[in-house]
Ligand binder design. Structure first.
Ligand code: ADP
Length: 279
């Protein structure tokens, strides 16, 4: 891929603990060439679709790249009650008069921000009406209630994510939507990268981080059988933080990882056996 002139990460992986201050770019450990792909998509004004299991780093990638590219970031976590008006805006009654109030999408379009719609397939289908003209080369937002057609400011970028594992026939992106996006798939990081993430984000040493990653790998091999979800990087980071705070590793894993994967007592007991063999 042709290199692109983007500022380097502002913070590199610390050897041990995480020390991200508020002024720093959120640290992101790259799995492949996703940062360059993101930057190229931004430069070409192409919308980006990020697929991947929950807790694998999609949000962190977007936060990291927004900081590197110097763009404001507007994030919306989509849910099944979220419709076009929630994104675009609505009229509100203030002191007896009606005023228009921009929604997060409209603000992002006007400001030239990166708009990140997390779990976009959860949103109501009427959001398609506003997504399509923004995602293709028109780059405009039609505001039905006011009759406005707002052109996206030059820096505007639409980024959406979803977890293909959750897909069913009722909840999937329509081909006409999917084909408007450049797509990027993230998965669990390679073990050594994941161990670096767990050490840095969870504040534990390399040995504990490696054992947590080994546990995740053992649990991921079971995935798909009785479990809806497998152990994510996010869960490993949570376990690492509990351990760094003083909890023994097996206890931290039970609370942050095993209990999160199932509510069924028998399943949790089986997971504990797997954990006991690794930890
Ligand atoms: P997703 O959006 O895919 O559900 P997140 O981006 O919120 O997942 O990641 C969850 C947590 O896992 C983050 O807060 C961070 O601590 C950690 N994490 C996952 N992947 C990475 C990565 N590549 N670099 C740094 N931290 C990561």
């Amino acid at each position: 891929m042709k290199p692109l002139d983007i500022p380097p990460p502002l913070r590199t992986a610390p050897a041990g603990a995480a020390q991200a201050g508020p002024a720093d770019a959120p640290w992101y450990a790259e799995q492949g060439d996703e940062c360059a792909l993101f930057a190229h998509a931004a430069a070409q004004r192409l919308p980006l679709l990020i697929k991947g299991p929950t807790g694998c780093g999609k949000t962190r990638l977007v936060e990291h790249m927004a900081h590197r590219l110097g763009r404001p970031l507007v994030t919306v976590s989509c849910h099944d009650d979220l419709g076009a008006a929630d994104l675009v805006g609505r009229h509100l009654i203030v002191g007896g008069s009606t005023v228009w109030c921009d929604g997060p999408m409209t603000r992002a379009v006007r400001e030239g921000a990166i708009l990140y719609l997390d779990e976009v397939v959860e949103a109501r289908k009427d959001t398609t009406v506003v997504l399509h003209p923004l995602a293709d080369d028109r780059r405009v937002l039609p505001v039905e209630r006011t009759g406005e057609l707002i052109p996206a400011a030059p820096g505007f970028m639409l980024v959406v994510s979803y977890n293909p594992g959750y897909q069913n026939l009722l909840k999937s992106l329509k081909p006409s939507t999917r084909q408007r996006f450049v797509a990027l798939t993230l998965d669990w990081p390679q073990p050594e990268v994941e161990a670096r993430i767990v050490a840095a984000e969870g504040g534990v040493g390399p040995e504990a981080a490696a054992r947590l990653v080994q546990l995740a790998q053992a649990l991921r091999r079971l995935g798909g059988q009785d479990l809806e979800e497998v152990a994510s990087t996010r869960l490993l980071v949570m376990a690492a933080r509990l351990h760094a705070a003083g909890l023994p590793l097996p206890r931290a894993c039970r609370a942050a990882v095993l209990q999160a994967l199932s509510d069924d007592a028998q399943t949790v007991a089986a997971l504990e056996q797997v954990a006991a063999a690794v930890l």
